[in-house]
Design a protein around this ligand. Structure first.
Ligand SMILES: [Zn+2]
Ligand SMILES: [Zn+2]
Length: 387
């Protein structure tokens, strides 16, 4: 009897080891897509990074700077928990902007620039307006996170995280518990594939973004870095891509980055293996001139809206144009040209079929443009005033 029990235990152990081995081999053999780029003068930054100034991160600014250099990142937006913002610093050639992620009674809000919140302000329904009145920019962090969703008012926000890596990981594991074994295997033997599972779009955050679209809030993508996984890979999960180059002086650099962000003159892109999606958005105005979009000057009656992908293998990517929240047009890279776009709020997503851990693919969004508003033409009054 005892022998039988021992044999069955051994058999279980053997089957378990063999299955785990099979899972590991399978995960290891999966090939992640690569998007070789071309040289551009754009600059790249990581948003939502915690240093050891936060209670839940042990990373020094120097450790983050070393990883940022390896990740080809030009600037890092630190958002340590509940600390006052501090002047920018340059460490190992990387620009660090030091801002804050506040824990409020309604969830987490990131404040860029401005003066710090008083304690009582964090529990007030007016918290976003207070940040605005303090000359700060309020960005809702991980608004639909399982642990800490935003449950407060939305009035007064300047932007929201449409993507957040930590939130995406929690969601992925909750939606499919069986994925934990291949995820764990992948964590040790194929990190790129594992972190590549985090690009399923957050439909609730995107919907909310659209419902706030009239005020053109900025769509941010946060790496929510705490030093739990390899810092370089974490930094490259999402990058903000701004037109470059950066000015020379540190204060001008900080001003430049903030100004581009405030105006939505950037896009979000994955940058796995230092390979961001290289996207250029162009509006051809009524006179046939190409315009660089800036949310403070809204083009009227443009002739065309053009999207160009500059990555060498752009044909494996799909350019998806949205208008007022609806999918309008899908086109494989490298170019999408939409003629005579009428008034509305447009945005672009760059999709690909990304390999899942064991088999098949899923629809991954690797880049998000900001909201782009095409204004209605001015009303002409054809009525005879004497009528
Ligand atoms: Zn948070
Ligand atoms: Zn955070």
């Amino acid at each position: 009897m005892r022998r039988l029990a021992l044999l069955s235990t051994l058999a279980c152990f053997l089957v378990g080891t063999l299955s785990l081995g099979a899972v590991c081999l399978r995960v290891k053999s999966r090939i992640v897509p690569s998007f070789a780029g071309v040289k551009t003068d754009s600059i790249r930054g990581a948003f939502h990074v915690h240093s050891k100034t936060s209670h839940d991160s042990k990373l020094s600014i120097d450790q983050i700077a070393i990883a940022a250099r390896q990740a080809d990142i030009d600037f890092v937006i630190l958002t340590d928990h509940n600390v006052s913002p501090a002047p920018p610093v340059i460490q190992r050639g990387v620009l660090f902007l030091k801002f804050t992620e506040w824990s409020t009674a309604f969830g987490h809000v990131i404040q860029l620039a401005g003066s710090p919140l008083a304690k009582a302000d964090k529990n007030s329904l007016e918290v976003l307006n207070t940040i605005h009145n303090n000359n700060g920019l309020a960005i809702i962090a991980h608004p639909f996170d399982m642990k800490r969703p935003w449950v407060g008012p939305w009035e007064g926000l300047v932007g929201l995280e449409i993507a957040n890596s930590a939130s995406a990981l929690r969601q992925l594991l909750r939606d499919n518990l069986f994925r934990i074994v291949p995820m764990l295997a992948g964590f040790f033997i194929h990190q790129d594939l594992t972190w590549g599972q985090l690009y399923a779009p957050n439909t609730r955050a995107l919907k909310r973004w659209q419902s706030e679209a009239q005020s053109l809030p900025i769509g941010m993508c946060g790496v929510d870095l705490h030093g739990w996984i390899e810092t370089k890979k974490n930094l490259n999960l999402w990058n903000l891509i701004l037109p470059g180059p950066l000015p020379e002086q540190i204060d001008d650099q900080a001003k430049y980055v903030l100004e581009k962000i405030t105006h939505g003159s950037f896009y979000c892109s994955s940058a796995q293996n230092n390979q961001p999606i290289q996207m250029r958005t162009e509006i051809i105005d009524a006179q046939g001139q190409p315009l660089l979009y800036n949310s403070t000057t809204l083009p009227e009656s443009p002739q065309a809206l053009n999207i160009y992908l500059q990555n060498k293998n752009a044909e494996t990517l799909r350019i998806v144009l949205y208008r007022n929240g609806q999918r309008l047009m899908t086109q494989p890279g490298p170019t999408l040209s939409y003629q005579r776009p009428g008034p509305g709020i447009y945005r672009v997503e760059i999709e690909t079929d990304y390999p899942k851990l064991l088999e098949g693919h899923y629809r991954a969004t690797l880049a998000y443009s900001n909201l782009l508003k095409i204004a209605s033409p001015p009303k002409t009054n054809n009525q005879d005033p004497t009528e």
